[in-house]
Design a protein around this ligand. Structure first.
Ligand SMILES: Cc1ncc(COP(=O)(O)O)c(C=O)c1O
Length: 491
């Protein structure tokens, strides 16, 4: 039975009061973040609140707001908090939060059509062309994150090599045995991309790293030559601009030369490092990135845009169109009217419906400007150097990799005057140490393996982190480390 009901508020003034209360709560959250724990374990009764049956009837927004404040807000992973140092996660900003609210209010579907939100996305493309000195023919598109952007780059490189007909015939019809190359330090999503693109992960050659944790160029050249000799066809080289474990930057200029010589697609995974172009100190170390055929990166990491805001920049938009445009009657383009403005973002990637990620990115870049954002990036690297110097002065700690950018890998080794820890004990101690640090709620690094040894890994991405947080980390690592060491050394 039809009724005139909609889902809009029936009492707008009351809704407005409620809306302001929700906004105020999130502004309070951002303003007083430091006073909260970075992270805390989820109590089982709270978890149980999210195992309810599908509700047939609605609940008052004010009640759900209170549930959010009580059951959800305190139990996120905490990457907005200054003490968060895990993985590679940006902190977001109140500006980005407001922009996302505006985007949600507009509810723009930015898959295509004639509308100004697409011009905002094109504005970001113009800015990225400028930042990476890419030509006017370059295309770009927002996606969830670099995992997706890397996957798309592999697909574009595959289609470029095999030709457009391969989109119809698929990889099974191909007689070519294609191989791709990246460093052993590359992010796991590159191998996943090879899997998803139909090659299988074995077609990705993971080349050993040199002492600086960069791809070893000699071994790379040797591997390509031996693959060719065996009838494989190298089609893609993926360089890393900031590896996930230690922040190493491959020699991108040398990779660009090699890719050119070998007629391979040269893709750069710059998930967080590519935006180092905003920093006068880091940009020269990225030399060669401007020669890439494509670059994947995230505004949600060093760019401080709230999640999610990944991006793929492609030197020639035609290559992007060749891989992703898929004409359909219901998506017919026109010279005028709402279906004008082709090509659309849906022609440049796998998504048709997509949100207005460009708005929070536009607000962030326009509000702060590139100088301020670059300064924030420099700060995170300065914090990493400060931590590295504190570690080097401390006999109980050992630095495990050079500090290239904003990531520090280290471990607690104890007093050398006491009984030495075995390698296994040292790994176990540091593993427990990382978990206990996270449980303090004060500082939250993550972990990785460096040359098969367990490492505490502190990555500074969040613009809110400062020297106090590094001092807190040092203090907590030593206090907890000493406690664990004492247990291991009990007679
Ligand atoms: C070097 C590198 N590549 C790719 C990724 C994946 O990016 P995303 O999590 O945005 O998919 C990351 C994530 O930290 C990364 O550090």
């Amino acid at each position: 039975m039809y009724s005139d009901d909609s889902l809009d508020p029936t009492d707008w003034p009351a809704f407005r009061v409620q809306a302001h209360a929700m906004l105020d709560d999130m502004l309070n959250y951002a303003e007083h973040l430091r006073a909260r724990p970075v992270w805390q374990p989820v109590p089982e009764p709270i978890r149980a609140h999210f195992q309810e049956k599908l509700p047939q009837h609605g609940t008052a927004l004010a009640t759900l707001h209170q549930q959010f404040m009580h059951d959800i807000l305190p139990y996120s992973i905490g990457n907005a908090h200054p003490g968060f140092m895990g993985w590679v996660q940006g902190g977001g900003t109140p500006v980005g939060m407001l922009a996302d609210m505006l985007a949600a209010g507009l509810n723009a579907n930015v898959g295509g059509r004639e509308q100004i939100p697409i011009e905002v996305e094109r504005q970001i493309l113009h800015w990225m062309r400028e930042l990476f000195t890419f030509p006017a023919s370059a295309g770009g598109v927002f996606v969830t994150g670099t995992s997706m952007a890397n996957f798309m780059a592999v697909v574009i490189a595959r289609n470029k090599f095999l030709g457009n007909q391969s989109r119809r015939t698929g990889l099974v019809a191909s007689e070519h045995r294609l191989t791709a190359y990246t460093s052993a330090g590359a992010h796991g999503c590159v191998a996943k991309a090879m899997d998803l693109a139909g090659f299988g992960t074995a077609a990705l050659r993971q080349i050993p790293m040199n002492a600086a944790f960069q791809i070893d160029l000699h071994q790379l050249a040797r591997q390509i030559a031996s693959d060719r000799a065996e009838g494989y066809e190298p089609f893609l080289i993926v360089g890393s601009a900031g590896t996930v474990d230690v922040g190493a930057i491959d020699d991108l200029a040398a990779l660009a030369d090699l890719a050119q010589q070998q007629q391979c697609w040269f893709h750069v995974d710059g998930a967080y490092g590519a935006l180092g172009m905003l920093s006068a100190q880091i940009a020269p170390r990225l030399a060669g990135i401007e020669r890439a055929a494509s670059i994947a990166f995230d505004f949600h990491k060093w760019g401080q845009v709230p999640y999610d805001a990944g991006y793929l920049l492609v030197r020639d938009i035609q290559d992007q169109l060749d891989s992703f445009s898929a004409p359909a009657n219901y998506l017919q383009r026109e010279a005028r009217g709402m279906a004008a403005g082709s090509p659309w973002p849906c022609d440049l990637g796998p998504d048709l419906s997509r949100g207005f990620r460009a708005l929070k990115t536009w607000f962030t870049i326009a509000t702060f400007g590139t100088q301020k954002l670059g300064h924030i990036i420099d700060n995170t690297c300065a914090l990493a150097q400060y931590l590295a110097s504190r570690i080097q002065e401390e006999p109980r700690l050992e630095l495990m990799a050079p500090v290239n950018l904003n990531i520090v890998c280290f471990r607690y080794t104890g007093y050398s005057s006491l009984k030495d820890l075995t390698a296994q004990q040292c790994d176990a101690l540091n593993n427990e140490l990382v978990i206990r640090l996270q449980e303090t709620g004060l500082v939250a690094p993550s972990s990785t393996l460096i040359n098969t040894q367990f490492a505490i890994r502190a990555a500074f991405v969040n613009h809110r982190t400062n020297r106090t947080d590094i001092d807190n980390l040092m203090h907590a690592v030593l206090a907890i480390g000493d406690e664990l060491f004492a247990c291991d050394n009990q007679p």
